[in-house]
Design a protein around this ligand. Structure first.
Ligand code: UDP
Ligand code: GAL
Ligand code: MN
Length: 348
C-alpha cells in the first residue's frame, strides 16, 4: 500500500462507508453515551464496560508551549512513577497540568466529590469545602455530594462558577465503623440513582481533611487509589491487610502491590459503582459470617484493588498527615491533609 495514497481496500468500499457510519451512529449511540446508561442488570453493566474502560477520549488540542519531555531524562529519579501494569503513579513533577486541563476541559468533564459528614463530623465540612473551592478541580465542573444525617448543619460555603452542592440526607449508624463502612453501600446506591446521569467521574473522600495544595484532573482515570501515607515505604508483609482467611478481605502475606488509603479513591462512575457494590457485598457476607475486617472499608478496598488493578495510583501527596509524618523531601507538595482530631470525642 502507498503510504501517501488511499489504500485500495478503502476506496473500493467508499460507496457503502457513509451507510455504515450512519448505522453505527444510530445503533452505537447507547454504547458511547456513558452518562445515559442504567446499571440494572449485568448485561447493561457489560455493555457500559466497552465505552467506559477508557473514559478519556483523544481530543484535538490547540497550540500550547511547554517544556519538552526528554526521553532520556526521568521526570523523577527518587520515586516509582509507573506500576508493573503500566498505571502512572501521580507525583509532583510527573505531569503537565496545562495539557491535562485542556484535555479534560475539551471533554466538558464533570467531577462529583462524595463526602460523608455523619453526626459530629459535620464540624469538618466548612474547612473541607472552603479549601476544596480553592484547590479541587478549579476551572472544571464540580458537584459536591454531601451525605449527612444533619442537613441543617451543612454550612453555606460560597461556590465558584460551575460548581454546586447537593445535600443527600441519609441514616446514621451507632458504631463509627458502620458509619465508615456503609459509605460503600450509599455511594453504590446513589451511583445508580443519579451520579451516573450527572457526572463523569467520582472522587470519594474523607471529611476530616483539608485541601492544602492543587488536586486536579491529573488524578482522573477509570479507577484510582491512593498510597496510604503510613505504608508507602513498607514491604507487603507489613501492610495492615486483613489476614484472617475467613474474611472476604483476606490477602495472604505473599500478595499485594500497595496499601491504599480508604479516605481517597475514585474513577469513572461505572467503575466506582462496581468497586463500592463489590465492597458492600463482601462486607455483608462477612457480617453474616460474624467477621469484620480489621480496617473496615479500607480492608475491602485493598482487596478489590489487588484484583482490579487501578489505572492510576496517587502518591501520598494526595493523603497526608503532617502531624504524624512531618514533611519528607520526596513530598514536593502536600495536597490533601488530615485535620487533627480527638478520635474518642468526635466518634462518640
Ligand atoms: N464518618 C462520619 N461520621 C462518623 C464517623 C465517620 O461522617 O461518626 C465519615 C467521615 O467522612 C470520616 C470517614 O467516615 O472522614 C472515615 O472515618 P474517620 O475519618 O474517623 O477514619 P480515620 O481516617 O480516622 O481512619
Ligand atoms: C492509620 C489510619 C487508619 C488506618 C490504618 C491502617 O494510620 O489512621 O485509618 O488507615 O492506619 O493501618
Ligand atoms: Mn479520616
Amino acid at each position: 500500500m502507498d503510504l501517501r495514497g488511499r489504500p485500495k481496500c478503502c476506496s473500493l468500499h467508499l460507496g457503502i462507508l457513509p451507510l455504515i457510519v450512519v448505522a453505527l451512529v444510530f445503533f452505537g449511540y447507547g454504547f458511547v453515551s456513558h452518562r445515559s446508561q442504567e446499571l440494572g442488570d449485568s448485561e447493561a453493566v457489560t455493555r457500559v464496560a466497552v465505552g467506559e474502560l477508557d473514559v478519556q477520549e483523544v481530543v484535538a488540542l490547540s497550540r500550547i508551549v511547554y517544556t519538552q519531555p526528554k526521553a532520556l531524562t526521568p521526570s523523577r529519579k527518587d520515586v516509582l512513577v509507573l506500576t508493573p501494569w503500566l498505571a502512572p503513579i501521580i507525583w509532583e513533577g510527573t505531569f503537565n497540568i496545562d495539557i491535562l486541563n485542556e484535555q479534560f476541559r475539551l471533554q466538558n468533564t464533570t467531577v462529583g466529590l462524595t463526602v460523608f459528614a455523619i453526626k459530629k463530623y459535620v464540624v469538618f465540612l466548612k474547612l473541607f469545602l472552603e479549601t476544596a473551592e480553592q484547590q479541587f478541580m478549579v476551572g472544571h465542573k464540580v458537584i459536591y455530594y454531601v451525605f449527612t444525617d444533619r442537613p441543617a448543619d451543612v454550612p453555606q460555603v460560597p461556590l465558584g462558577a460551575g460548581r454546586k452542592l447537593v445535600v443527600l440526607t441519609v441514616r446514621n449508624y451507632t458504631r463509627w465503623q458502620d458509619v465508615s463502612m456503609h459509605r460503600m453501600e450509599m455511594i453504590s446506591r446513589l451511583s445508580e440513582q443519579r451520579f451516573l446521569h450527572e457526572v463523569d467521574y467520582l472522587v470519594c473522600a474523607d471529611v476530616d481533611m483539608k485541601f492544602s495544595d492543587h488536586v486536579g484532573v491529573e488524578i482522573l482515570s477509570a479507577l484510582f487509589g491512593t498510597l496510604h501515607p503510613g505504608f508507602y515505604s513498607r514491604s507487603r508483609e507489613a501492610f495492615t491487610y486483613e489476614r484472617r482467611p475467613k474474611s472476604q478481605a483476606y490477602i495472604p502475606r505473599d500478595e499485594g502491590d500497595f496499601y491504599y488509603a480508604g479516605g481517597f479513591f475514585g474513577g469513572s462512575v461505572v467503575e466506582v459503582y462496581r468497586l463500592t457494590k463489590a465492597c458492600h457485598q463482601a462486607m455483608m457476607e462477612d457480617k453474616a459470617n460474624g467477621i469484620e475486617a480489621v480496617w473496615h472499608d479500607e480492608s475491602y478496598l485493598n482487596k478489590y484493588l489487588l484484583y482490579h488493578k487501578p489505572t492510576k495510583v496517587l502518591s501520598p501527596e494526595y493523603v497526608w498527615d503532617q502531624q504524624l509524618l512531618g514533611w519528607p523531601s520526596i513530598m514536593k507538595k502536600l495536597r490533601y491533609v488530615a485535620v487533627p482530631k480527638n478520635h474518642q470525642a468526635i466518634r462518640n
